[in-house]
Design a protein around this ligand. Structure first.
Ligand code: MV4
Length: 450
C-alpha cells in the first residue's frame, strides 16, 4: 500500500480523500491555491503546499506544479478527486512517467472513455445496448440532414470529446439542425479543443441511471447497484438516490452484469461509473462511462457499506478485490442533496462570500460531507458545491423524511443555498412517489435557455 498520497483537489472531496487515507494509515499532502489558504483540507493533511494562484488553470489544473509538489514531498501516489485533472489522460501518463501512481484507471482507459464514440463502440462490442446514433463524427451539414432524416426527429448533437452535457443540442427540425450543428461545433472546439460532433436519436423524458463498478488487476469485477441521477438542472445533478425507484432486482442484475462485461473487455482497473438512459418503456441504453470517483459516490457507500475511496486506493496499489459479487448487498436506501452556494430565486446565481455562521445537521443515519465552517469565506473561483447532505434508512420513505429534517436544520448565514430548493423538490408529490425523469425540474423553474 502507499505510504504518502498527495490530494490534487480542494473542498469537500479533498477532505473526503484525506479521511480515507488517515483511516488506512497513509500520510497525506494537501495542495492549495492562494484563494484556499484558509481551507480545512490544509489543516487535516499532514503537509500542505501552495501550488499557485486562485485561477484553477494556475493551480489545481497546473500539472507541473502538482507533480513538483509530489516530488518535493516524496509522495508515492496522487488522488485527483473529481473534476480538475481527474479524467485527464495526459496527467495520468505524466504521473506514471514520474514514478507517482495515479489513483484511477490506466491513461489508456481514461482516453478511450473520454472519446464518447470510441466508448460507445467499446461497450457495443461487449453487448451493451446503445442509443441509436452515428458511428462517427458528422462530416457536413448535408451529412447531418441526411442522418436526421433517416433517424427521425428529435435528434441530439453531442461532442465527441464532451460528456456531462457541454456542447449538446436537441433538434426538432431541419431548420434548426444546421445552425445547431455550427454552434455545437464551435462550443465543442472552445470547451474541449475538438469540434467533432455526433448525432443520436433524442430519447424523451428518460431517467439517468448510473451503475457503480469496481475492478482489480486480476480479472475480478463487481457492481454496486445503481444511482438515479435524473434530478438535474443544466446538466448539474442536484439530487441523487439509490436504489432508483425505476429499477427492480431483475433490471439491476441485467445492468450490472452488462457493465461487468463492458469493463472486463477493456481490462478496466479502478472504481468507475457507467451511465445509462432508461426510457419510459423500460428500455435502457449505454450513454457514457466516468472513470473517476463521482460527487454522488456516498449514497452507494451508505447502502453497500463499502468505502469506495479506500477501495479505489487499494485497487490502484494493486490489491485484489476482497469482496465477491454475491457478497455485495444493497441494504435500505440513501439520498444525496447537493447544497450549492447559489440563489434559487435568482436563476441559481453563484453566491460566494463570507459564512458568518453555519450549522451542520447530524443525527442517526445522516452524513454531511462538507468543507465549510463558521467564518469560512467561499471563494468565487471554483464550483459552488459547499456541502452534500446524505441520509440513509431502511426504505425510501424514511430517507425522505430524514432529508426534509436535515435540510430544515442546515443553516448557512447569510449565504444563499440550494437547501430550500432541494426541500421543495423532495416534498413534491410526484417526487415522493418516485415519478420523475430528467425533465422534472423544468416544472419547478420553467424551461431555461441553454
Ligand atoms: C441524451 C438525452 C436524450 N437522448 N441523449 C445529458 C447529459 C449527458 N450525459 C447526456 N445527456 C442526455 N443525453 C439522448 N440520445 C438526454 C440527456 C439529458 C438531458 C438532455 C437535455 C436536457 C436535460 C437533460 C438532463 C439529463 C439528461
Amino acid at each position: 500500500m502507499f505510504s504518502k498520497i498527495l490530494i490534487a483537489n480542494r473542498g469537500e472531496i479533498a477532505i473526503r480523500v484525506i479521511r480515507a487515507c488517515k483511516e488506512l494509515g497513509i500520510k497525506t499532502v494537501a495542495v492549495y491555491s492562494e484563494a484556499d489558504k484558509n481551507s480545512l483540507h490544509l489543516e487535516f493533511a499532514d503537509e500542505a503546499i501552495c501550488i499557485g494562484k486562485a485561477q484553477s488553470s494556475e493551480s489545481y489544473l497546473n500539472i507541473s506544479s502538482i507533480i513538483s509538489a509530489a516530488e518535493i514531498t516524496d509522495s508515492d501516489a496522487i488522488h485527483p478527486g473529481y473534476g480538475f485533472l481527474a479524467e485527464n489522460p495526459s496527467f495520468a501518463e505524466v504521473c506514471e512517467s514520474c514514478g507517482v501512481k495515479f489513483i484511477g484507471p490506466s491513461a489508456e482507459n481514461i482516453r478511450l472513455m473520454g472519446d464518447k464514440l470510441r466508448a460507445k463502440e467499446t461497450m457495443q462490442k461487449a453487448n451493451l445496448p446503445l442509443i441509436p446514433g452515428t458511428k462517427g463524427a458528422i462530416k457536413s451539414k448535408e451529412d447531418a440532414l441526411n442522418t436526421a432524416k433517416k433517424m427521425g426527429y428529435p435528434v441530439i448533437l453531442k461532442a465527441k470529446a464532451g460528456g456531462g452535457g457541454k456542447g449538446m443540442r436537441v433538434c426538432h427540425s431541419d431548420v434548426r439542425l444546421v445552425s445547431a450543428l455550427l454552434t455545437a461545433q464551435s462550443e465543442a472546439k472552445a470547451a474541449f479543443g475538438d469540434s467533432e460532433i455526433y448525432m443520436e436519436k433524442f430519447i424523451e423524458n428518460p431517467r439517468h441511471i448510473e451503475v457503480q463498478i469496481a475492478a482489480d488487476n486480476y480479472g475480478n469485477a463487481i457492481y454496486l447497484g445503481e444511482r438515479d441521477c435524473s434530478i438535474q438542472r443544466r446538466h448539474q445533478k442536484i439530487i441523487e438516490e439509490t436504489p432508483s425507484p425505476a429499477v427492480d432486482q431483475r433490471l439491476r442484475k441485467k445492468l450490472g452484469e452488462l457493465c461487468i462485461k463492458g469493463i472486463k473487455s477493456m481490462n478496466y482497473r479502478s472504481v468507475g461509473t457507467i451511465e445509462f438512459l432508461l426510457d419510459e418503456k423500460g428500455n435502457f441504453y449505454f450513454m457514457e462511462m466516468n472513470t473517476r470517483i463521482q460527487v454522488e459516490h456516498p449514497i452507494t457507500e451508505e447502502v453497500t457499506g463499502i468505502d469506495l475511496v479506500k477501495l479505489q486506493m487499494l485497487l490502484a496499489a494493486g490489491e485484489k478485490l476482497k469482496i465477491k459479487q454475491d457478497e455485495v448487498q444493497v441494504r435500505g436506501a440513501a439520498m444525496e442533496c447537493r447544497i450549492n452556494a447559489e440563489d434559487p430565486s435568482n436563476r441559481f446565481m453563484p453566491c460566494p462570500g463570507n459564512i458568518e455562521f453555519c450549522y451542520i445537521p447530524g443525527g442517526k443515519d445522516v452524513r454531511i460531507d462538507t468543507h465549510i465552517y463558521s467564518g469560512y469565506a467561499i471563494p468565487p473561483y471554483y464550483d459552488s458545491l459547499i456541502a452534500k447532505a446524505i441520509t440513509r434508512g431502511d426504505n425510501r420513505k424514511e430517507v425522505l423524511k430524514k432529508m426534509e429534517r436535515v435540510l430544515d436544520e442546515f443553516l448557512v448565514e447569510p449565504v444563499k443555498t440550494t437547501a430550500s430548493f432541494c426541500k421543495e423538490v423532495i416534498t413534491d408529490p410526484d417526487f415522493q412517489r418516485g415519478k420523475y425523469h430528467t425533465g422534472f425540474l423544468e416544472k419547478f423553474i420553467g424551461k431555461e435557455e441553454e
